[in-house]
Design a protein around this ligand. Structure first.
Ligand SMILES: Nc1ncnc2c1ncn2[C@@H]1O[C@H](COP(=O)(O)OP(=O)(O)OP(=O)(O)O)[C@@H](O)[C@H]1O
Length: 248
């Protein structure tokens, strides 16, 4: 996925200023930066979640496999299957664990029979590290799971429709350290198949899970590079100040 000269406005207010970045498959890219610098805004424009905000306006180009995702006639439901999203607060549907996973493949025609659907459900839950914990209670409500399990369910739901990119907006901020560690392990296991982008306030988490890091400040990317370079040898003074805790 590739963004070029992207600016985002909420009415007259500019939240993102001329950002360009490539997000490659097989890598985790972390977006870090102080509160209000535009990380979530930029993440949301990558699968047009901002379409739901009437005042939001996007300029520039965002391409997925060379296709402009803002072109007229783009199927946004299809786009959000290809570019899945996991939110800060786990948000399973108020339906069974099974239906949480089966819904997407059903509406996108990815399973032709009940057997195929069963397979997709098992495969997605297995990849999300949840199968063993839920296989005997697939008909229980997804909302009855623990917070960490709900977040893995949401990741399984995203995976079930075979995405190319998974966007994660502070996916562990509502979780305890053990549930957080499980999600981080899961991210590492998923890395080779997808392009993963994670917004995080935790620099330790960015350092643990990502291979690339983009440091945002005041709506711009100040520095983007290998995570180890950003954390050990940043080029920009503002990056250095942020990672050493001088502000943010
Ligand atoms: N729906 C909205 N309407 C108007 N302004 C908004 C909206 N959402 C975000 N903003 C503004 O856009 C700027 C960027 O916000 P954004 O939430 O993207 O930053 P962030 O870096 O993700 O912050 P945080 O780390 O606190 O979540 C902020 O000034 C914010 O007030």
């Amino acid at each position: 996925m590739s963004a070029k000269d992207v600016s985002v406005f909420y009415s007259e207010k500019q939240a993102i200023d001329n950002v360009s970045i490539d997000v490659p498959t097989g890598h985790v890219t972390a977006f870090i930066g102080p509160s209000g610098c535009g990380k979530s805004t930029f993440l949301r424009v990558l699968n047009r979640m901002n379409d739901t905000i009437p005042t939001a306006r996007v300029e520039g180009t965002i391409e997925l496999d060379g296709e402009d995702i803002y072109r007229s006639g783009m199927d946004v439901v299809q786009l959000r299957a290809r570019v899945g999203m996991v939110f800060q607060k786990p948000n399973p549907f108020p339906k069974s664990i099974y239906d949480n996973i089966a819904y997407g493949p059903k509406i996108h025609g990815l399973a032709e029979s009940r057997e195929e659907l069963d397979e997709v459900v098992e495969r997605s839950l297995t990849r999300a590290g949840l199968w063993e914990e839920v296989k005997d209670r697939l008909l229980d409500s997804g909302t009855a799971l623990s917070g960490g399990q709900q977040q893995r369910l949401c990741i399984a739901r995203a995976i079930a429709v075979d995405p190319e990119v998974i966007l994660m907006d502070e996916p562990c901020s509502a979780l305890d350290p053990i549930a957080t560690a499980k999600i981080e392990e899961l991210i590492a296991e998923l890395t080779d198949r997808y392009a993963i982008v994670i917004v995080t306030h935790s620099m330790q988490q960015a350092a643990r899970v990502s291979q690339r890091t983009a440091f945002f400040h005041l709506g711009k990317i100040v520095e983007y590079g290998q995570t180890k370079d950003i954390f050990t040898n940043p080029i920009e003074e503002r990056t250095k100040d942020y990672i050493t805790g001088r502000y943010g």
